[in-house]
Design a protein around this ligand. Structure first.
Ligand SMILES: Nc1ncnc2c1ncn2[C@@H]1O[C@H](COP(=O)(O)OP(=O)(O)O)[C@@H](O)[C@H]1O
Ligand SMILES: Nc1ccn([C@H]2C[C@H](O)[C@@H](COP(=O)(O)O)O2)c(=O)n1
Length: 227
């Protein structure tokens, strides 16, 4: 249930629980990482609601956006903002929540990329920005730790091709490079936007075996996020 605290809407009784956001480029391995941690008791994992972005009442805003970003970028990102907010305010079922991306990266990375690359009209960017500012001012979006899967754009591009999601077949390497640069400016160089929690950087170009080993090595740091 939501109640009001210091002028913001907050979820009740979740002060001691911890929330981790898993951030990274497209096909960097976030879902794979979440699958690994989902086997741990006391952790609930929330994946990105991509299936909704591919099918809202029979329409596919993700596919439309990749076909014509100038026309459909606002449509997709409005829906991403709504569905991510829905994830953030969902009552916690376990003491630890790991969730894939956040309403912050939706705005700071993906909306920013559309706008900076000239594919989002100024008015669309202004409307999304005002919505975002209103949401973070009025609704508590808890986060204790950001885990950043740091990859090279080339690695993501190869994994993306291998995953072969229909809508993403049109994505060029340059798109992945732009997303990479925005993530690095935000979470590593602190050059763009405020970072709302400490960042744990995990190099993620490695093969699966080494990645699983690295997840295990970082388990304590992740589980103790709010201590
Ligand atoms: N360390 C890895 N080495 C090789 N392939 C990987 C690795 N991690 C994930 N993959 C593969 O890359 C693709 C994208 O991974 P996924 O976890 O879905 O990324 P994301 O959720 O970040 O988009 C999938 O096909 C997955 O099986
Ligand atoms: N705000 C966002 C978030 C994600 N997307 C796109 C990028 C991918 O094509 C897809 C899911 O991303 P993944 O989990 O595979 O990294 O959704 C977007 O356009 N805007």
């Amino acid at each position: 249930m939501l109640s009001s605290s210091q002028g913001k809407l907050v979820r009740n009784g979740e002060g001691k629980k911890s929330v981790i956001w898993l951030e990274g480029n497209i096909a960097s391995g976030k879902t794979t990482c979440l699958e690994y941690f989902s086997k741990t008791s006391d952790i609930e994992v929330l994946t990105e609601p991509v299936s909704k972005w591919r099918n809202v009442q029979g329409c596919n805003p993700l596919g439309l956006m990749y076909q014509d970003p100038s026309r459909w970028g606002l449509t997709l990102q409005t829906y991403v903002q709504l569905t991510m907010l829905d994830r953030h305010v969902l009552p916690m079922a376990s003491p630890i929540r790991m969730m894939e991306r956040s309403i912050y990266s939706a705005k700071y990375i993906f909306v920013e990329n559309l706008y900076k690359s000239g594919k989002m009209p100024e008015v669309d960017f202004a409307v999304l920005s005002e919505w975002f500012e209103w949401i973070v001012k009025n609704i508590a979006i808890p986060v204790d730790l950001i885990v950043y899967l740091q990859t090279s754009p080339q690695t993501c591009y190869e994994r993306l091709k291998q995953r072969c999601r229909e809508e993403e077949k049109v994505i060029p390497l340059e798109y992945i490079e732009s997303i990479h640069n925005l993530y690095e400016d935000w979470l590593i160089h602190h050059k763009s936007f405020e970072v709302p929690a400490p960042v744990l950087v995990m190099p993620a170009d490695h093969d699966l075996k080494k990645m699983l080993h690295q997840f295990e090595e970082n388990r304590e740091k992740i589980l103790m996020a709010n201590c």
